[in-house]
Ligand binder design. Structure first.
Ligand SMILES: Cc1ncc(COP(=O)(O)O)c(C=O)c1O
Length: 368
């Protein structure tokens, strides 16, 4: 994998960051091919292939909508399209991105009930059951893989509980999709959304989601959905394999290629490989005396958040590792210094992960 996309200075380093991630050569080659317009047959063929491939990857019959923005745009779209002004959405948060969704609801003038769990802990099916038993909610919002804490929530168990309550379920899968197996139909997920700069290994700028018929029907009843992020407008044009506005064609071309490759490898294997890489990192951390920040049973398969229980100089460790050719990141926001994150997302190999950990062992000696 080259470094030329992110790194014009000629420094040679690999990204083990929780997005954007290292972009492989073959993706960059797709990005660099000549464009046709977004009203051409060539474009329609790409758009159609992505809809089909992503249905296979997500194990769903639901349609796939493409958005010419990053994942946060779809977080906002869910709120605007699915929550009427007199309705209250139920939001579960276990970290910074769950909190972001609540803030988006607030800034859009929507009513919300926020259920927050301590950072590092997962959202349990029991908690979801309890909240839904207290009151009926039209829409539930939850994060699959919380990138700030390295927590993976059990959507296989939470999804059916929400479905039984009758609520529409929106899931932020930004940093989990692809790297973690998702069974959208079986788990009852109405919206599963992601950005391309995480496990898909594509430069940022494109996001997409699966959307159920139920969600589309609900959107028809909601006023003031806006223009740019209107599910119905994007779905209608999407049925003709086009987008209402000018989308980011290079990223779309890359996503066609990447989704083809994942289907070929199989979504199961692609996710399993992410698990193997994060497991390797977790084992390295434990062997070196660290604790994993995320609660046992809720570990992410795409980003490992390592607790600084050894009280090392995290900033120095990150710098030392960078000197050795690998970029990882400090803890998120106020967790800086308290933990650090290593994310072998996308097309990073197990071998590259091993090499990164060898370098991390060296860097650790200096930062202790
Ligand atoms: C879990 C999660 N949700 C949402 C986002 C926001 O996505 P984007 O940066 O594509 O807008 C991120 C980005 O890191 C994320 O990790």
């Amino acid at each position: 994998m080259p470094n030329k996309h992110f790194n014009p200075d000629g420094l040679d380093y690999r990204l083990f960051t929780p997005g954007p991630v290292q972009v492989p050569d073959w993706v960059l080659e797709e990005m660099g091919k000549p464009n046709d317009t977004h009203r051409s047959l060539a474009y329609r063929e790409m758009h159609a292939a992505i809809r089909e491939n992503m249905q296979k990857i997500l194990h769903t019959q639901n349609d796939i909508l493409l958005f010419a923005n990053s994942g946060t745009g779809i977080l906002e779209a869910c709120v605007r399209n699915l929550l009427a002004d007199d309705e209250t959405g139920l939001f579960f948060s276990c970290g910074a991105f769950g909190d972001r969704w609540i803030q988006i609801a607030e800034l859009n003038g929507k009513k919300f009930e926020a259920v927050k769990v301590e950072w590092g802990k997962g959202i349990t099916p029991e908690l979801v059951q309890e909240k839904l038993a207290e009151k009926k909610y039209p829409v539930v919002f939850i994060t699959f893989n919380e990138t700030s804490t390295g927590v993976l929530n059990p959507l296989d168990k939470i999804g059916p509980i929400v479905r039984d309550s009758g609520a529409i379920l929106c899931v932020d899968c930004v940093s989990g999709m692809g790297g973690t197996l998702l069974k959208v139909d079986e788990w009852g997920i109405d919206i599963a959304l992601a950005s391309v700069q995480k496990c898909f290994g594509i430069p940022p700028g494109l996001a997409f989601c699966s959307i159920s018929e139920r969600a589309l029907e609900k959107a028809k009843t909601v006023k003031n959905r806006g223009f740019y992020l209107d599910f119905l407008k994007i779905h209608k044009k999407g049925l003709q394999n086009e987008h209402p506005i000018t989308p980011c064609i290079p990223q779309i071309r890359s996503l066609k290629k990447v989704s083809e490759k994942i289907v070929e490898i199989t979504p199961e294997k692609f996710a399993e490989e992410h698990f193997e890489r994060t497991e390797l990192i977790r084992n390295w951390a434990k062997e070196n005396g660290f604790e994993i920040f995320s609660e046992e049973g809720y570990h992410s398969q795409t980003v490992v958040t390592i607790k600084n229980n050894l009280n090392i100089d995290v900033a120095k460790f990150v710098d030392e590792l960078f000197e050795r050719g690998y970029k990882i990141v400090n803890g998120y926001g106020s967790m800086k210094g308290q933990n650090f994150r290593m994310a072998p997302m996308g097309w990073i190999t197990l071998d590259e992960t091993k090499k990164m950990l060898e370098a991390a062992s060296e860097a650790l000696k200096v930062a202790k």
